[in-house]
Design a protein around this ligand. Sequence first.
Ligand code: NOJ
Length: 591
Amino acid sequence: MSTPTPSSPAPAETTAVTAPGSTAATGPAAAGSDAVELTADPTWWRQAVVYQIYPRSFADGSGDGIGDLRGIISRIPYLRRLGVDAVWLSPFYPSALADGGYDVDDYRDVDPRIGTLEEFDEMSRALHEAGIRLIVDIVPNHSSNRHAWFREALAAGPGSPERERYIFRDGLGEHGELPPADWTSAFGGPAWTQVEDGQWYLHTFAREQPDFNWDHPEVREDFLTTLRFWSDRGVDGFRVDVAQCLAKHLAEDLPSSAELAEMPQDGTHPLVDRDEVHEIYAEWRRVFEEYTPPRTAVAEAWVSSPERRAKYASPRGLGQAFNFDLLTADFEADAFRRIVTDNLRQSATTGSSSTWVLSNHDVVRHATRYGLPPLQGREVKQGAEWIIAGGPEEGIDRELGLRRARAATLFELALPGSAYLYQGEELGLHEVAEIPDEQRQDPAFWRTTAEDRSFDGLGRDGTRVPLPWTREGSSFGFGTDGAHLPQPAWFADVSVEAEDGDPASTLTLYREALRLRRTLQGAEELTWDEEHSTGDVLALVRPGGWTSITNFGDAPVPLPAGEVLLSSAPLEEGPDGAPLLPGATTAWLRR
Ligand code: NOJ
């Protein structure tokens, strides 16, 4: 990387966007040192970098092709070296895997294929000793159909108290042979399934995921028990699955799906984002506050507006909510600026911190999304069309996609608030498109027909392929005996082994960015540098002069004056020797 000479002595025009209640980050100790004492700081989460682990695909310690807790324990040194503040574990509970573990049989146990409660405790201790906090996924909208309560409900029959914990209804038609309503589940196909005695139950997702009845006091009480169960085992926080769906209002006559679609999602919709859902989270908050530091939570809440989302982030509720706006945005300066400004303003209204996400287990990886044609406002899931077409190489510019992904990540990591990273993005992984149909696992693939796959594509397996740790060996070092989803040959070159120590690798970039972020992080404030934010360029300044400048376009632009700390691609030099920021590149400067 070349060192720049000052190119622009003029002071920048600025616009301040500040989130109140913000403090400087108090992260864990630097990677590499010995056991770390985690502080009782109740604000640790505000600007944390959280690394999402999809347990079945991270590392396999038992050699059965499925990732597990032993595997995670063995990779704690890797996580520490990466420099993350916390890990979030997607579900590891006993499950038939009808929906990748989001169909939970028992909320207070570990799937035997993944480990034991003793191993969970060992992992929790080891993470904490490494200065890494632990967040677990909690899935309160639905259980699995193998959950003890659902089996009891089936056995007890219509009209029984056991059925009251779920949402059972008689069917329509002369003999109840028609579903109570024509609703479609989120994975395609009907949202009501008939059981042997003729009644129907509601499932917002797969039919193996019956929705709980959150009006039932036992359901409420049982989740409080679960929150305490994991909090007592040292869990620091919870990621709350489909947080917007728990409260429902099902009148005697159910609306049709066409009527539902017309109803405003303003707190009164029968199924989504009802105002009274926040009463549930106020109860959860009281449990969180029983602990020191208080347990944290982040809501996965797909709601109609930033204002509605802010309610989930209330300090009287879950405290933080995912902002998925960057997941659906094109790599484009105006869009990124609008999203950042809106979300900082929104978190300022709740006192929460902002959250930033570029990839997770539900979406096409961002290195791939950014190599595909832009959406330009079209409402399809990014990358879905390419995957449906079989992932043709002529449809994607992989090099550009990765280059943009690296730039977007540096942009993200310079923002105030917390960043949620998804396993494998630190290797610059692309989506795996080449999964044979018969090996796909995602219900979003199996429950939809080719015609209605426009939203979810071929499902989410391509982002959940087990990680490559080594260039060679069974499953590229994921385990000793294969991987539960097929890994492509190109994984060798993007394995941890291949990238470790390579100064140009994406892994090195992430490690360096996280190390610098820890030293640069200050109050949750951001100022747009208007002088340099023109056209395709966005420049932002954080307290202490930490500047991040991103060129979203193709042509190189002059770099502002300052000490270059890091850049997502090598800088260029202008004819006068002054440094230039090439297209699709972010640089961090100290000014
Ligand atoms: C959101 C989770 O992220 C997704 O993976 C899951 O399929 C649904 N919720 C249903 O639990």
